[in-house]
Design a protein around this ligand. Sequence first.
Ligand code: KG4
Ligand code: ZN
Length: 353
Amino acid sequence: MSKLVLGIETSCDETSAAVLADDVILSNVIHSQVDVHAEWGGVVPELASRHHAEQIDLIIKLALKKASVSLKDIDLIAVTRGPGLVGALLVGLGAAKGLSLAAGIPLVGVDHIQAHIHSTELTHGAAEYPALALVVSGGHTSLFLQPARFQYKLLARTRDDAAGEAYDKVAKLLDLGYPGGPVIDRLAAKGNPAAVRFSRVRMSDGSLDFSFSGLKTAVLAYTKKNADLLKTDDSANHKPLLDLLASFQNAIIAEIESRVRRVAKAEEIRSIGISGGVSMNSGLRGRMATLADEIGIPIYLPKPALTGDNAAMIAYLGAHSHEMGHEAPLVLNADPGLKLAEPSGAKRHPRSG
Ligand code: KG4
Ligand code: ZN
């Protein structure tokens, strides 16, 4: 009998529920709130919680229906407990705890970042260790060294904006819509990445940490200085704009690439994993594949549907976490600032009575 796991994810602006049977995805329903936040150019936390609350029951029902199972067939519920927006997280946790209590199903809390890292396994299986894991999304840009499969050492994080956040902010200032990543990725492919020179970020303390807010400010200054040149009704074909976007994207990728190169020189790594919404970026995928080739190690990326926030990765990690002895008590709370450490979550809670 296969083990059925229901995953629930509501940490940011995607309401998602998924059913997995022994690591096989039976359903992965993702309801994006992009339209809700588009007019604000970024995620508005209160609106996010409200829309999760409106959608969550329906999304869970849909995930069960698409998987052709009912709640009583579910063996484990896995839910994102952090990091993320606290009001948004609480909606998923409330639903998960209610179902767990009503149906007597064990519950496990999952770290969202850890789930992104292991999302590559749903496509490629376990990586070769020691591995380098890069998580690039709208909320995070972090590099972890994984000496072994469920061990994580934080090597670098962003000191200000996340890479996806930089994409979203630059798209907003150039009036390109939200989210900025996909549209800039598409337009950047048509521009010259060497057209505008942006200076490289180097931490004065020699740290590997990222910083993207200076780049965003440089794009803003360039845009103000070249307002006439950039003015267009046809952004998809306006060369000065395409060149600016290609140069911006090139600067983001160069910063990521230089960090990965430094780690690969200093540490014995046998594979590279890249996950999170920005791992969809075609420029990043291409450059990292070339780099991995040059170093002579494999690179693992989630398939497109699993790059952004989704409940399949939560169910997957929840199942493995449960196998390792983790289980959450019903007092499990949201932890918006959860920091990835090994092992994740509380050890199995002794059941009373
Ligand atoms: O992982 P995700 O869905 O949510 C967070 O946990 O943040 O990532 C969303 C982010 C957004 O900032 C979006 O602009 C970015 O991923 N993104 C991309 C691309 N597709 C999505 N960034 C660059 N290129 C893309 N193709
Ligand atoms: Zn995420």
